[in-house]
Design a binder for this molecule. Structure first.
Ligand SMILES: *Cc1c(COP(=O)(O)O)cnc(C)c1O
Length: 420
């Protein structure tokens, strides 16, 4: 950047940035404003956002319908506590989510971030068994390639090799992190684990269809059907972490709805508010909820994040759901899929590329080794794009409103960077 704005120069020594060695990482790009699929930098450059700000901004930035809903709510009641008080944005949102989610996933517990929603889902599963008088179910089964958050409990169910949390091995009790049941052999291994250790396991947790932060790894719905079958056979709870896959990203509104596999608990966040405000939810099926429904105060779920169900965030989420209900997203996701498949196909022949794949509005180029994230980000910015690779993958998860022209710019930037 030629001349940094004052706010950047003054704040930079004091802001601790995410996921980077601050001493050696390139400086972050100073953002002036956002609009649609674009991020406008302080130096005047306009970048097409290829990753929708960590998969949140599904309708693009500054969507007028969401802005209007948040503005109206801001004038009415920006925030009230949720203990003992109720408000329309949260109650409307809960009813709508219950209607949209499949099966009897009807009981919505709100929180403010994805990791916390996963923690709550884990706590629900643990207490489900306690409330039913079953002792000793303190562990979880999760899957290699998975990512569920950065807080202490969620770190334990992430892929241990994936790198981000390796330092903390031993801090928390180990979980069973195993291979996804993709074939008869891995299904038998999972079934054996549950037969042997099921008495100490509170639930299985998986990112359905796509393991996102672990490398955009795809699996068939058959894997989800297998998980449901094995969990039922061994009397286990099945949790879907749809924080990435929820809200249209894979081509269905939710992976659980599209796959026809209904979990016992599902977590949502990321695109829940259309990328406008932080909000998350852990949604329980009737069976799970009923284990807490009792005359015994001790059976209650003792949880309540201060900002849970924040009215501004719920208003944004309701407005986002209006846009989903309007329905244009389905055609957009199909259009984006075609553009990503065509635009990224030539990358197959580039050196170091081991796979190119797409699902819904997700396009992935996978390499045989981790890529130089900082250097690539700078190259992409020079090419007018905001694309931030992760481990071995360069991927695109653009807003659904991204134009064909902007999609061509994104895939073109990846093709160009690969030939350099
Ligand atoms: C991003 C993500 C999380 C964590 O959400 P945060 O809001 O970053 O805490 C958990 N699970 C999945 C699948 C995610 O993609």
């Amino acid at each position: 950047m030629s001349s940094s704005p004052d706010w950047f120069t003054e704040g930079a020594p004091h802001v601790w940035r995410p996921y980077c060695q601050m001493k050696t990482a390139p400086a972050p790009l100073a953002v002036a404003r956002t609009e649609g699929a674009r991020i406008v930098l302080e130096d005047g450059r306009e970048l097409v956002d290829g990753i929708a700000s960590w998969w949140t901004a599904c309708h693009g930035y500054n969507h007028p319908h969401i802005r209007q809903a948040v503005t109206e709510q801001l004038a009415t009641a920006p925030h009230v506590m949720f203990g003992g008080l109720a408000h329309a944005p949260a109650y409307r949102l809960a009813a709508r989510l219950a209607r949209l989610l499949p099966g009897d996933l009807d009981h919505i517990f709100f929180a403010e971030s994805g990791s916390v929603a996963v923690e709550i889902a884990m706590k629900m599963a643990l207490q489900f068994w306690i409330n039913r008088g079953v002792a000793g179910r303190t562990r979880f089964v999760s899957f290699l390639g998975g990512y569920h958050g950065d807080t202490l409990a969620t770190m334990t169910i992430c892929d241990p090799e994936e790198g981000m949390h390796g330092l903390f091995a031993g801090v928390m009790p180990a979980q069973h992190v195993v291979a996804l049941p993709r074939d008869a052999e891995s299904e038998a291994a999972l079934d054996r684990l549950l037969a042997d250790k099921g008495h100490e396991i509170a639930g299985l947790i998986v990112e359905p269809r796509v393991q996102g932060a672990g490398g955009m790894l795809l699996h068939d719905d058959e894997v989800l059907r297998t998980l449901r079958r094995v969990a039922d056979r061994r009397h286990q709870l099945l949790i879907f972490d749809e924080i990435f896959t929820g809200f249209g990203r894979t081509g269905d509104l939710f992976a659980c709805e599209g796959s026809g596999v209904v979990p016992d608990i599902v977590t949502l966040s990321k695109a829940l508010t259309g990328g406008t405000l932080p909000l998350s939810a852990a949604v329980a099926s009737r069976k799970v909820f009923e284990a807490f429904w009792s005359d015994d105060a001790g059976a209650a779920l003792m949880h309540g994040p201060t900002y849970m169900a924040n009215p501004l965030a719920c208003a944004a989420a309701n407005a986002s759901l209006d846009l989903f209900e309007a329905g244009a997203w389905r055609a957009d996701v199909a259009r984006i899929n075609a553009a990503l498949a065509e635009g990224l196909a030539p990358c197959r022949d580039a050196p170091g590329v081991v796979d190119v794949r797409t699902l819904g509005a997700i396009g992935v180029v996978e390499f045989d080794a981790p890529v130089a994230v900082g250097a690539l980000c700078e190259q992409f910015a020079e090419l007018g794009c905001w694309i931030r690779p992760m481990g071995k993958v360069v991927y695109l998860t653009p807003p659904f409103v991204t134009s064909d022209e902007d999609l061509a710019r994104l895939t073109g930037a990846i093709r160009t960077a690969l030939t350099r």
